[in-house]
Design a binder for this molecule. Structure first.
Ligand code: HXC
Length: 314
């Protein structure tokens, strides 16, 4: 579905800054990642997105490609938990589009559950999608990113051929302060942040930059469908607790992505860029939902009214 440009990109970027560059994004048909990729493609690049669901991935790729005449976006079915599949996906991307210059490790899994209802397999599943998946993504793309940065240096002066050799990991802020119902995701995302640190330190000498973007509560996203009940009063309360007084927009994550990939971000390496309106500093345990801390943990109830909840069929 065509998306108006102002929904996924601020009016501060120059068209063509990613001309002839290729972005590889896992989970690229998702509500946040698809906008990051869309912004990159709108500014001149081509892309490969990966996902587990063939129909969603194919449709997502075609949809993103429609943002710019002549854009090439390939949908590749691959599970980030499978290292061989990730290597094959990266190779196919670089072969079919001519290079692989940027990457986003975006695939994630989330649901709300108290530890008492979290099986070993449930914990392992999120660790494997988020943490192992991010590691696999980095391992699969880094050889191509090294090639890219050799052609497109990050010298701090605007290079005639633009930037290349950059990776962004998508994380969350729950482990900064702690978040009930998110034991699995706190563990997984804390590890993701440190995978990015390792890439920053070990591949920085090659010229590669590695950073994390941590989205806060972003309106209209799968993440918020899974984390917050839709009841108007709870949502209003949650917004009031955020320093800027609102949930974010997908465009604000896409803008941060363009910044880190562009010449403006050349000296930014090894950071966690939190794009959340200051939310993590002030939001409490309830996350804009009807379950309240600590009473919920005495109740023995399961989380209801969210996408992916144990009892929901959503
Ligand atoms: C307890 C649950 C559960 C729940 C699943 N499980 N949902 N346990 N409460 N609500 C358990 C299952 O019972 C099973 O354990 C284990 O988890 C694996 O479930 P499967 O369905 O077999 O796994 P799989 O098909 O691989 O699905 C993975 C998934 C699913 C994570 C469970 O939700 C998924 O595919 N999600 C992908 C999309 C997604 O979550 N996007 C959200 C991104 S938002 P047992 O023991 O029964 O075998 C995000 C936050 C951003 O990341 C932060 C913004 C602020």
């Amino acid at each position: 579905m065509p998306v108006p440009r102002e929904m996924f990109l601020s009016n501060v970027w120059r068209d063509g800054i990613f001309k002839d560059k290729v972005l590889f994004c896992t989970g690229g048909a998702g509500t946040i990642c698809s906008m990051q990729v869309r912004a990159f493609v709108a500014l001149g690049g081509n892309a490969c997105i990966t996902g587990r669901n063939p129909e969603k991935t194919e449709k997502g790729a075609a949809d993103i490609a429609s943002v710019r005449a002549g854009a090439k976006v390939i949908g590749i079915v691959a599970d980030v938990r499978d290292m061989v599949a990730m290597e094959a996906a990266a190779e196919r991307c670089a072969t079919e589009l001519g290079s692989l210059d940027f990457a986003i490790a975006g695939a994630a899994g989330n649901f709300l559950a108290p530890m008492s209802q979290l099986s070993s397999n449930a914990f392992k599943t999120v660790m494997e999608i988020d943490t192992l998946g991010s590691f696999h993504t980095a391992k699969a793309v880094l050889p191509y990113l090294v090639q890219s940065v050799q052609k497109h240096k990050n010298s701090g002066k605007e290079e005639p051929t633009g930037t290349g050799g950059r990776i962004i990991f998508i994380s969350a802020s729950f482990h900064f302060r702690g978040q009930p119902l998110q034991a699995h995701v706190m563990a997984a995302k804390a590890a993701v942040d440190q995978i990015s640190s390792s890439v920053a330190m070990e591949y920085g000498p090659h010229g590669i930059t590695s950073n994390v973007i941590t989205p806060g509560p972003i309106s209209g996203t799968e993440g918020m469908e899974r984390l917050s009940t839709a009841d108007a009063r709870s949502v209003k309360e949650s917004k009031a607790k955020i320093p800027v007084g609102r949930w974010g927009e997908v465009k604000e994550i896409a803008d941060a992505t363009v910044f880190l990939f562009s010449d403006a971000g050349s000296y930014v390496n090894g950071v966690v860029l939190v794009v959340d309106g200051g939310a993590w500093r002030t939001t409490g345990a309830d996350m804009g939902s009807t379950w309240k801390y600590p009473d919920f943990f005495f109740s023995g109830a399961a989380v209801e009214g969210v996408k992916g909840g144990k009892k929901s069929k959503l």
